[in-house]
Design a binder for this molecule. Structure first.
Ligand SMILES: O=C[C@H](O)[C@H](O)COP(=O)(O)O
Ligand SMILES: C=C(OP(=O)(O)O)C(=O)O
Length: 347
């Protein structure tokens, strides 16, 4: 340990940037709609779409302004959730996201990161979009989770007890990714563990160390994202995961991540994966067979591809606007086409 730097309490940040009653009602409604799709009570598809990570809040808001009209247009067949990811799990080391280092300059101004992140969430909600986040740090959700309609536990943490406990206390549906090695059972186990009540170490609203007691989160589900052996978005993989869920007493509905190991990290392949998944979904529905798909995830931004995290001020000044600094994303034009394909399949 080399230093402790105090940050505001969760309560102080939430008071400074309040969700307000109207936004809270919208978040509650969005959570309910997503939970209904996951449970099979609503036959639309959830689409979690947006940048791999937020590094420039202006560009993220620009993206939200483009996405909001499509979310409204396709609301009869799709529940579109904007991916607003502030915390990045790294394979080894690297930039850990906007909350951890908002300037991408290794000053780690977490206080500013929390403020910028929360402000952006409120702005995205005001545009009419539900927000989806990955939860990585065990205490950061206290600062932002009230504004989040859907959350993910990533492939690198799906087997972690700390993250399963965290999910058990969150109030929105949470998707557990399969492991990076392709193991789906760990995601099923994660959803099952998070559905149970837990008692664990955490912080309270004032930021004081506390024993946290949760009642369990029944709206957890799994996400197939592929793994070391290859993709797992094909019909057989989806159906076999759904069977395993049913055996575990969980809703037999599966979300497919069209990115990561399902696209071989090739942003352009996401469109192919989404089209395959959409076609299989539409065919099963037309044949009157049970549809086990609850939704898809897409990594998408304004410009296609990615660029390196800058290492100095000159690099930061030269960043391409609207282009990912983490995984490669589909560009906006390709994203519009994929959303139209998904909406068509959903109808
Ligand atoms: O989605 C993001 C990345 O795949 C994940 O954070 C791992 O990134 P890394 O392998 O570049 O560290
Ligand atoms: C890290 C991510 O995904 P995964 O956990 O599937 O690698 C992500 O979606 O940003």
């Amino acid at each position: 340990m080399t230093a402790f730097s105090p940050i505001p309490s969760p309560d102080a940040l939430r008071t400074e940037l309040p969700l307000t009653g109207r936004r809270a009602e919208i978040v509650a409604r969005d959570r309910d709609e997503i939970a209904a799709i996951l449970a099979g009570r609503d036959d639309r598809l959830i689409v979690v779409v947006g940048p791999c990570s937020v590094h420039d809040p202006e560009a993220a808001l620009d993206y939200a302004r483009r996405l909001a009209p499509l979310a409204a247009e396709y609301a009869d067949s799709l529940k579109i959730v904007m991916r607003v990811y502030f915390e990045k799990p790294r394979t080894t080391v690297g930039w850990k996201g906007l909350i951890n280092d908002p300037g991408m300059d290794e000053t780690y101004d977490v206080d500013r990161g929390l403020h910028v992140a929360r402000r952006l969430l409120l702005d995205v909600i005001d545009l009419g979009l539900p927000v989806g986040c990955e939860f990585l740090e065990p205490t950061s959700p206290q600062y932002i989770a009230d504004a989040v309609a859907w959350g993910a536990i990533g492939a690198r943490t799906t087997e972690s007890q700390v993250h399963r406990q965290l999910a058990s206390g969150l109030s929105m549906p949470i998707g557990f990714k399969n492991g990076t090695d392709g193991n789906v059972q760990v995601a099923i186990d994660g959803a099952q563990a998070a559905a149970a009540p837990h008692v664990f170490f955490g912080v309270d609203d004032q930021g004081r160390g506390a024993v946290v007691q949760t009642s369990g989160n029944e709206d957890c589900h799994i996400i197939l994202r592929g793994g070391t052996p290859g993709p797992n978005y094909d019909v057989d993989s989806v159906l076999s995961a759904a069977d395993a869920l049913a055996k575990a007493g969980q809703s037999p509905k599966v979300m497919v991540d069209c990115s990561h190991a399902n696209s071989g990290k090739d942003h352009e392949r996401q469109a192919v994966v989404a089209a395959d998944v959409a076609q299989a979904f539409a065919a099963r529905r037309a044949a009157g067979e049970p549809v086990r798909l609850s939704g898809v995830m897409l990594e998408s931004f304004i410009e296609p591809g990615n660029q390196p995290v800058p290492s100095d001020a000159a690099g930061r000044a030269a960043l391409v606007y609207g282009k990912s600094v983490t995984d490669k994303c589909m560009g906006w034009d390709a994203s519009v086409d994929v959303l139209a394909t998904l909406a068509q399949a959903g109808r």
